[in-house]
Design a protein around this ligand. Sequence first.
Ligand code: PAF
Length: 282
Amino acid sequence: MKIIKSLDKLFHYLKKFKLKGKSIGFVPTMGALHEGHLSLIRQARKDTDLVVVSIFVNPTQFGPKEDLNKYPRPLSKDLALCRKEKANFVFCPKPQDMYSRDFSTFVNVGGLSEVLCGKSRPGHFRGVATVVTKLFNIVQPDIVYFGQKDAQQAIIIQRMVRDLNIPVKVRVMPTIREKGGLALSSRNAYLGKDERKDALVLSQALNLAKLLIKNGSRDSGRIISRMRHLIKKKKSVKIDYIEVVDSENLKPLKKISGNCLIALAVWIGKTKLIDNVVGDDL
Ligand code: PAF
């Protein structure tokens, strides 16, 4: 496994493989890798000849009051995990190499970036779309892997790839959960013992929604209010949003249908957690 910091070097190495007709699978990450990321690397290994993982805590997707400096950066542990999963290249660029001082070009996926998590994180998805575009240009992968846990991010990237004719296939892989149901996230590391217990309410609320739908409920408002009621029983949990939206355009849906996304975000202490289910799971 090669660890590469320089953009030029990565470009140079990958060009050699491409000339030999090898396919490239790419897993973009911000590090603090967990089983969710590893499942993406494993899938990339199955699908393609060569796997590139990037580890870059992208400053442009953090707001001024967010946790950029506090964000976990266990690089040696991450590299060991990538090695174990047999990634071929790990790309860890420096912020100053990704963003020159006069950097001024951004990618904004209008309409999808301002709703759900975008409401309380203005500029977040613009930062994500911009860095992902840059990484796509540097790596030029055949297939790129994202997790369903960050559903809005995956939908935005799919739209961006379509709108800008970026020649890459996007694969969105299922959310990986702990035994109790908590969706894996690098931010779970911030949770205290009691907070971790309370965090189970996210998947419990989604399971309740699934059950109601299975039993015939179709009214989004009623389902949301039952989920809200369940979550409110946990005093430490503050709801940011619970929404039922169309899984392509993220517009609110009054009635449950096959293409709906039920997404929620809550604050537990100082940690924001998100989770969701999509039509296929319902
Ligand atoms: O999901 C993430 O870890 C990040 O948003 C991504 C896609 C690596 C862009 O920085």
